[in-house]
Design a protein around this ligand. Structure first.
Ligand SMILES: [Zn+2]
Length: 482
C-alpha cells in the first residue's frame, strides 16, 4: 500500500513537471536585463510566470498541444516597461475629450476617432469639439470608425454639433440627422451620462489599454489620489493590463499607518504603501515636510518626494538623511521624484543613503537642463536610477525617454542597455519588486514586449521603433495590427 501511494505521488509529480507551458516566445533577440544571462532566444511561460529562458530548440521542445507559440522572427524582446512616475487617471482622461482643431480633412477626423476608439472601453462616449464645419464628413465613414462608441462633438462655432449613428440611437433621434442644432443638442445632452470625466473605472480601463500599446506593463501612480479600489475592481474583472503601485499624498500617511499598511503591499497587480510629498517653499505643507517624512518612514511606508532644482533637492536630501538617522537602518528606498537640477556634490549623497532618483528623461530633454550629464554621473556613483515619463505631462512612450537618455548630452548620454535597465529593473527596484519583475528570468512575472526594431543596434532610430506585441502576466494584452 505504501508502495502504491508512493507510485501515485511519483506519477503526479512527473505530470506536473511535464505540464506544457501556456505560451512560448521563440526566435527572439531577447535582452533579458538579467546581468547573469543577458541574452536569450526564447522563453516559456506558465501560470503568468517565466518557467524557462534559453535557446529556441530547447524551449520549443517544451511546447504541448495547447501551448500558444509566438514566433518573434528575430525581433527584439525586452522586459515589459515599468514607468516609475505616472499620473494614471490623468492619462486615461486624455481620452475623455477630443480636440479636433488640428484636423484639416475627413481623413484627419476619422483617424482621430479611430485612435480614441482603440483605447476607450466599448460604450464610452467620444465627446469634445472644435470640428471645422467646412470639413465634409461621410456619415458611413464616421460610423465605420466608431461602431461601439457614441460620438457627439461640437463644431468650432460651438453652435452646431456632429453625432454618429450610435449617439443618435441612444438619444432617440432619427438616423437621418447628423448635424445637430441647438434644440437637438439639448436632446443629445440628456443622453450623455453624468460624471463622464469622473467615471474612474472607464478612465482606468482606457489608461491600461493605452499603456499596453507602449509596452508598459507596470506603472507607479504618483498622482496621490487613492484609486487602488478602482484598480482592484478592474483587475477582478480581468481588464487590468498594467501592474500598479498606487501612491497617496504624504499628508495621508497616518491613515495608511492606521490600517497597518507598509511599503509595496498587495498583489502582483495592485499594491499600495507609498506616500508622496512635495518640496515647494511656497507651500504650507513644506514646512512640516521633514517631520512628516520621518513619521511616515517610522511606520514602514515608502516615502517619495518631488524635488526640482538645487535648493529643493538639497532640502529633501537633508530631510531623508535626518529621517534615516532618527529611525535607524532599514531597506526603505526613499525616492526623489524628478531629482532634476541637483548640485553635483548632492548627486553623490544618493548612492550613500540608497535614495532613488526617479527621473523622466523625456520631460527635461528639450530644456537643455544638463540632466543627461547627471545620469552618467549618477550611474557611475552607484545610484539606482528609475525612469518614467510623468505622463500625461509630455508623452508616455518609453522609447521617447530611452532616446532622450541616450542621445541628450552628446557622448555623455547613457547606453541603450542602461536606459532600458532604468525603465525595467531600475523601476522595479524603486518599488521593491526587483525579485518579481524587471527582467526575463525563470520564476519572474511574465511581462515582455516585442519591438519592431532593434534599438540596441548602433545606428538604430530608437524613436521610429514601435511596439509589436505586449505580454503581461503571460497574457497578450496588445498586438500591433497595423
Ligand atoms: Zn508627476
Amino acid at each position: 500500500m505504501a508502495y502504491r501511494c508512493f507510485l501515485i505521488l511519483l506519477i503526479a509529480a512527473s505530470v506536473e513537471a511535464q505540464s506544457p507551458p501556456d505560451l512560448i516566445v521563440i526566435n527572439a533577440n531577447i535582452r533579458t536585463m538579467d546581468k547573469d544571462v543577458p541574452l536569450a532566444e526564447a522563453a516559456a511561460v506558465k501560470d503568468g510566470r517565466f518557467i524557462a529562458v534559453g535557446k529556441t530548440a530547447d524551449i520549443q521542445s517544451l511546447a504541448g498541444k495547447a501551448t500558444r507559440i509566438i514566433d518573434a522572427k528575430g525581433r527584439l524582446v525586452v522586459p515589459g516597461f515599468n514607468d516609475s512616475h505616472a499620473h494614471f487617471m490623468a492619462i486615461g482622461n486624455l481620452f475623455s475629450s477630443i480636440d479636433l482643431s488640428s484636423a484639416k480633412s475627413e481623413e484627419d477626423v476619422i483617424a482621430k476617432f479611430r485612435h480614441f476608439a482603440r483605447f476607450l472601453p466599448k460604450g464610452r462616449w467620444i465627446l469634445g469639439g472644435k470640428l471645422d464645419p467646412a470639413i465634409r464628413l461621410t456619415a458611413a465613414d464616421v460610423d465605420a470608425a466608431t461602431p461601439d462608441h457614441p460620438v457627439f462633438v461640437y463644431h468650432s462655432d460651438a453652435k452646431t454639433a456632429l453625432a454618429n449613428a450610435l449617439a443618435l440611437k441612444m438619444a432617440r433621434l432619427g438616423p437621418e440627422v447628423r448635424v445637430l442644432d441647438a434644440g437637438l443638442i439639448a436632446a443629445m445632452q440628456r443622453a450623455i451620462p453624468n460624471g463622464h470625466v469622473r467615471d474612474w473605472p472607464a478612465i482606468a480601463e482606457t489608461a491600461t489599454n493605452y499603456a499596453a500599446s507602449f509596452g508598459v506593463t507596470s506603472i507607479q501612480d504618483t498622482h496621490s489620489d487613492d484609486m487602488a479600489s478602482v484598480y482592484r475592481e478592474l483587475d477582478r474583472q480581468g481588464k487590468l493590463k498594467t501592474r500598479i503601485y498606487d501612491c497617496v499624498s504624504l499628508s495621508n500617511w497616518a491613515k495608511l499607518a492606521a490600517f497597518g499598511t507598509r511599503a509595496a503591499e498587495g498583489t502582483a497587480m495592485v499594491r499600495t504603501g507609498c506616500v508622496k510629498g512635495f518640496f515647494d517653499p511656497e507651500d504650507e505643507m513644506t514646512k512640516s515636510l521633514a517631520k512628516d517624512i520621518a513619521a511616515a518612514d517610522s511606520t514602514g511606508l515608502q516615502v517619495l518626494v518631488h524635488a526640482i532644482g538645487r535648493e529643493a533637492n538639497a532640502a529633501v536630501l537633508a530631510a531623508f538623511e535626518s529621517a534615516i538617522a532618527a529611525n535607524g537602518d532599514r531597506d526603505r528606498r526613499f525616492r526623489i521624484e524628478h531629482a532634476a537640477g541637483m548640485a553635483l556634490a548632492d548627486l553623490l549623497r544618493l548612492a550613500r543613503s540608497n535614495i532613488i532618483p526617479s527621473m523622466q528623461p523625456i520631460l527635461f530633454f528639450s530644456e537643455g537642463s544638463g540632466v543627461p550629464d547627471d545620469y552618467r554621473k549618477l550611474i557611475d556613483s552607484g545610484a539606482r536610477l528609475a525612469f518614467g515619463a510623468d505622463a500625461p505631462m509630455r508623452g508616455f512612450d518609453p522609447l521617447e525617454g530611452i532616446y532622450a537618455a541616450v542621445n541628450a548630452g552628446g557622448k555623455r548620454g547613457l547606453t541603450v542597455e542602461e536606459a532600458v535597465y532604468a525603465y525595467t529593473m531600475g523601476a522595479a527596484y524603486a518599488e521593491f519588486q526587483e525579485k518579481e519583475k524587471g527582467s526575463i528570468k525563470a520564476g519572474k512575472l511574465a511581462d515582455l514586449v516585442i519591438l519592431t526594431a532593434d534599438i540596441f543596434e548602433a545606428k538604430a532610430d530608437i524613436r521610429s521603433a514601435r511596439v509589436f506585441l505586449t505580454v503581461a502576466g503571460g497574457r497578450i494584452v496588445y498586438e500591433n495590427t497595423k
